[in-house]
Write a protein that binds this ligand. Structure first.
Ligand code: CTP
Ligand code: MG
Length: 243
């Protein structure tokens, strides 16, 4: 049931190292069009009147976050840093949810958003929140797959097509992924309890394991995840001149 008094909180897992991107800094701190990658998501959430507060999960050993926030007075009072990063994204999310137990109500919405998606903007955020108002399950931003999908015969130096996967009804998941606090916590706990954590690659997949069907809300190419070195130039194209 929807609760009109529900608030919206953002939870940003930012405890990765960015191994695939291979920069000297953890990728969330890497400069993109003049600003650290993490700043884009933090500024978007902090500026949104729909978001009550933002939590960012970093690793216990993170040596950058304090210096970074010291230079960002516009974020003061709007962001809480949780030094509870785990070994995987899902562990970081689970630890973060646990850490905010006292501050977030069971029916409040949590929008989990990758620090590595700097292209989220206010329009996409508002679209997701509006689409899920009163929803019993929750949902996520995602993009319908447009390319023809080929599966290779295996990981080899000379990959060859084994078959083609019909792309009908396929969507590529993005973030934010938005679920009510208690439901998401329960879903992640259940996956852990049943030894299925390795099958969870995003927040929605834990919800799906409960037999529920998260809503798909069409996102945007600009909200792609910066993963490889070659993604940096594309991200900068989207981000340049946005403010
Ligand atoms: N993340 C996290 N805790 C981890 C691993 C990842 O909070 N143990 C976060 C990342 O900081 C990122 C998001 O989850 O914001 C998505 O992960 P990904 O793009 O895979 O980032 P990394 O894990 O840092 O990159 P890589 O997999 O290339 O090492
Ligand atoms: Mg990763």
């Amino acid at each position: 049931m929807s609760n009109p008094a529900s608030q919206h909180f953002a939870l940003i897992p930012a405890a990765g190292v960015g191994a695939r991107l291979g920069s000297s800094l953890p990728k969330q701190y890497m400069p993109l069009a003049g600003k650290p990658m993490l700043q884009y998501a933090l500024d978007t959430f902090a500026a949104s009147s729909a978001i009550a507060h933002t939590f960012v999960v970093v690793s216990a050993a993170d040596g950058y976050i304090d210096d970074f926030l010291a230079t960002q007075p516009q974020l003061t009072g709007k962001i809480t840093v949780l030094r509870h990063g785990g070994a995987s994204r899902q562990e970081s999310v689970r630890n973060g949810l646990h850490a905010v137990r006292a501050e977030v109500g069971d029916d409040d919405w949590v929008l989990v958003h990758d620090a590595a998606r700097p292209g989220l903007n206010d329009a996409l955020l508002d679209k997701l929140i509006a689409a899920l108002q009163g929803d019993a399950v929750g949902g996520l931003l995602a993009l319908p797959v447009v390319d023809t999908l080929k599966r290779s015969a295996g990981r080899t130096a000379d990959p060859r097509v084994r078959d083609t996967i019909p792309r009908d009804h396929l969507w590529a998941a993005q973030t934010p992924q938005m679920f009510r606090y208690a439901l998401l916590q329960h879903a992640l706990d259940q996956a852990q309890e049943h030894g299925r954590v390795s099958e969870i690659t995003d927040d929605a997949s834990a919800i799906e394991m409960l037999g529920l069907m998260p809503k798909l809300v069409e996102g945007s190419p600009r909200n792609f995840k910066v993963t490889l070195a070659q993604d940096v130039a594309l991200a900068e194209l989207f981000l340049q001149g946005q403010e």
